[in-house]
Design a protein around this ligand. Structure first.
Ligand SMILES: NC(=O)c1ccc[n+]([C@@H]2O[C@H](COP(=O)([O-])OP(=O)(O)OC[C@H]3O[C@@H](n4cnc5c(N)ncnc54)[C@H](OP(=O)(O)O)[C@@H]3O)[C@@H](O)[C@H]2O)c1
Length: 370
């Protein structure tokens, strides 16, 4: 089997090529996995856009100037020199855009392992956790494509909602209804957040999106109002408000901060608008605060205990996946892209930002058996 790596030029994300090499022997304690399939959304493009600053290129190093974007997906063990892990076992986790990966498991347990390679020791633990499919309560083989696409996103969505409620919406709901605005409202992470927030009292949820995605956002049924980016003047200037920013668009942020005179909190979550990212210097209103999901996990683990936190998230996840995969009129339409050409085309589409927000893209570089 050849090793195929989808490589992206670090300083020009539109430039890609396929790397080909021979498999290297694995060392003592290592496993080789076939990366069966993985999801690609704007979240992965954000990993690439912040690849240097936030060390995302460090997970799967490549030759100078090029990077392998980390993706979430499923892989099965094809060779093991690690006692406790057998060929054939399947794991959900953070893989390269490749057809295989080599990992060095440590801290094995019935639920999975932590990646122990030295170059990943300083990278965040959340990305080093690999979960055994057979014992994973979040896993259902029937809906695993939706799981690959949504699991990391919905976990964040759920934590954002919890974080906002935990902080009493920063006073935005104190005097009645508070306005909560979400940019890139058509993104899957924004939708998951809105899905949760829509159940809270005293909130008017406003989705902000591009003109082409207004109808999709309206169809989701959780935004009270959906405005295109050129309709921001319609926002109530004096309403106590919160901005939850998935777009990272510097000029949009400036417009919102300038328009909303009673902005209580500005939360910086993502950077879907990769061409319009920028700093927040001399911004009117509150300083944007980077949302750090692991901090909320840590806080709730301490307060509730890890088991209760996991159980609450699991219940919410099951509900979200049920409506996502409902047999009639599902909001997410999954499309598969297999092989180098198909992966390249799907990547270009996701990078362009002009993809249909209803699509969930599952990719694979595994070649058919000869
Ligand atoms: N901080 C965290 O822990 C965390 C965790 C998960 C996700 N996130 C972030 O949340 C964001 C959403 O991720 P996702 O995977 O949910 O996204 P997604 O579903 O793939 O989002 C697609 C939407 O993003 C906007 N978009 C994407 N690419 C664009 C481009 N090149 N130019 C302009 N608009 C573009 C468009 O929305 P509009 O037309 O509505 O703008 C598009 O409909 C990402 O930036 C991701 O990194 C952060």
């Amino acid at each position: 089997m050849r090793v195929l790596d989808f490589l992206v030029k670090k300083d020009e994300l539109g430039a890609t090529r396929l790397g080909e090499s021979s498999p290297q022997p694995i060392g003592e304690g290592q496993i080789r996995l076939r990366v069966e399939k993985f999801a690609l959304t704007a979240n992965n493009i954000t990993y690439a856009a912040f690849g240097e600053a936030m060390h995302y290129w460090g997970f799967y190093p490549a030759e100078a100037g090029w990077g392998r974007i980390p993706v979430w997906g499923f892989a099965s063990v094809i060779e093991s020199r690690c006692p406790g892990i057998e060929p054939g076992e399947r794991f959900y986790g953070y893989y390269p855009m490749s057809n295989e990966g080599v990992l060095q498991p440590k801290r094995l347990s019935p639920t999975g392992f932590m990646e122990g390679a030295e170059h990943r020791a300083t990278l965040h633990a959340v990305y080093n956790n690999y979960v055994r499919c057979v014992t994973d309560p979040f896993h259902d083989p029937k809906t695993e494509d939706a799981e690959a696409i949504l699991r990391p996103l919905y976990t964040t969505s759920w934590l954002i909602d919890d974080f906002m409620a935990d902080n009493d919406f920063f006073g935005a709901t104190a005097a009645g209804t508070g306005l909560v605005m979400l940019s890139s409202a058509s993104s899957k992470t924004a939708y998951g957040t809105a899905f949760q927030l829509a159940r809270r009292m005293g909130i008017e949820l406003v989705g902000l999106t591009s003109a082409a995605n207004v109808a999709f956002c309206e169809s989701l049924g959780c935004y009270r109002r959906v405005l295109a980016y050129d309709q921001l003047a319609r926002l109530d200037r004096d309403a106590a408000s919160i901005y939850i920013d998935f777009a990272g668009n510097a000029s949009l942020r400036r417009t919102i901060h300038g328009h909303c005179a009673n902005l209580k909190f500005s939360s910086s979550i993502g950077g879907t608008h990769v061409e319009q990212l920028g700093g927040a210097r001399n911004l009117p209103g509150p300083r944007p605060v980077l949302f750090f999901a692991p901090a909320q996990i840590k806080k709730r683990s301490t307060e509730w205990g890890a088991e209760v936190l996991g159980q609450r998230l699991l219940e919410s996840w099951r509900e979200f996946i049920r409506i996502t995969c409902r047999p009639t009129d599902p909001w997410l339409l999954i499309e598969h892209h297999r092989g180098a050409d198909a992966v390249t085309a799907a990547y270009a589409r996701v990078l362009s930002g002009r993809d249909d927000p209803r699509r969930g893209r599952m990719l694979s570089l595994v070649e058919p058996a000869a």
